[in-house]
Design a protein around this ligand. Structure first.
Ligand SMILES: [Fe+2]
Ligand SMILES: [Fe+2]
Length: 329
């Protein structure tokens, strides 16, 4: 640790000139990027030391940004009801610590009693550490969602709803000292409502988004794996992560496509796994047996947070790794 501190002090001396000239000790480098000199470290611990040391304004030069070369993002699959919210609340702090997460995104379309989302269930997720909430076809199940669509800056609905629909289909998130991340929400059309074509909708906005940041995360809320894989291939090289949601069943096809886009067909759901997609088992079986409507309560047992982490190169937006997470309560 002493060495690290000494290293960062050494940096300071070099930076006190008008232009940074540093460069070559372990895990540290610099690049010219958007007319700025970007100092980066590939070593997270060393980076923390640097960030701490350069947090005083006298050390930061106007043409210098300090960034970690890699950004780590967690995406949490559909949060189902109270058990799902509890899983986020209790599991997220240890996941942030264990994986040194810079950002957390969650699909919240089932967070209110298993169907829809309200301002208070959204608030629970934000307070648990979720930075951005995405949704899907259950968006409209709770009337109060309109408050989120109109007022909440880090809340998304699928982009490909008709023009004039309240809310936003994409946003830019960023904290001081970390990179900006664009988050985009799309909904599929195979075996689902016939919204606008999601391929055309995303194509229309992507250049505009990438002018602001090269780190782009897409939640493609869709039923058919073919539609999700086709979307992943379509966006390969233009987004950092495309993750599928909606089926509530995790798939094992996580990979990084040749252009640098991390991909997973479906991340699964967060909530009670002794269930049928998060709901009590018996009423669902009864429905299939009798074809009569039943009340589907949220199940309670075997609560797991399902998610996926991705490491993204800050400069290029390309994914470096992708890993599935199944964290029991
Ligand atoms: Fe859904
Ligand atoms: Fe869902």
């Amino acid at each position: 640790m002493e060495d690290l501190i000494a290293g960062s002090l050494h940096c300071q001396t070099l930076f006190s000139k008008d232009r940074p000239i540093l460069l070559s000790f372990d895990g540290l480098g610099y690049k010219k990027y958007h007319k700025k000199t970007l100092l980066y470290s590939t070593n997270p611990i060393f980076h923390l030391q640097l960030a701490h040391h350069f947090s005083g304004e006298s050390c930061l030069m106007s043409n210098l940004d300090l960034m970690l070369a890699v950004m780590k993002i967690l995406f949490i699959g559909d949060v189902v009801g109270r058990p799902g919210r509890r899983a986020v609340r209790e599991c997220l702090p240890r996941l942030v610590e264990r994986h040194r997460l810079d950002m957390v995104i969650a699909n919240g379309e089932n967070s209110a009693g298993g169907a829809g989302i309200t301002p208070s269930t959204a608030r629970e997720l934000y307070e648990a550490g979720v930075d951005v909430i995405t949704t899907g076809d259950h968006l409209w199940d709770q009337r109060e969602v309109i408050g989120l669509l109109k007022n909440e800056p880090f809340f998304l609905r699928p982009l490909n709803y008709p023009e004039g629909t309240p809310g936003n289909g994409w946003l830019i998130w960023g904290r001081q000292s970390s990179s900006k991340v664009a988050v985009l929400n799309l909904q599929g059309r195979t075996f689902m409502a016939q919204l606008e074509n999601p391929f055309i909708a995303v194509d229309r906005v992507l250049d505009q988004i990438r002018e602001q940041t090269s780190i782009v995360v897409v939640d493609f809320h869709a039923e058919a794996s073919s539609e999700k894989i086709a979307m992943g291939r379509f966006l390969d090289g233009r987004v950092s992560l495309l993750v599928g949601t909606h089926t509530h069943v995790p798939t094992a096809d996580e990979q990084i496509f040749p252009g640098g886009t991390a991909f997973l067909s479906d991340v699964g759901f967060t909530g009670p796994q002794q269930s049928v997609l998060g709901r009590e088992i018996e009423p669902v079986i009864r429905r299939f047996l009798t074809s009569q409507p039943q009340r589907f309560g949220v199940a309670q047992k075997d609560i797991v947070l399902h998610g996926v982490t991705v490491e993204v190169d800050n400069l290029t937006g390309k994914a470096q790794s992708i890993a599935r997470i199944a964290e029991p309560l």
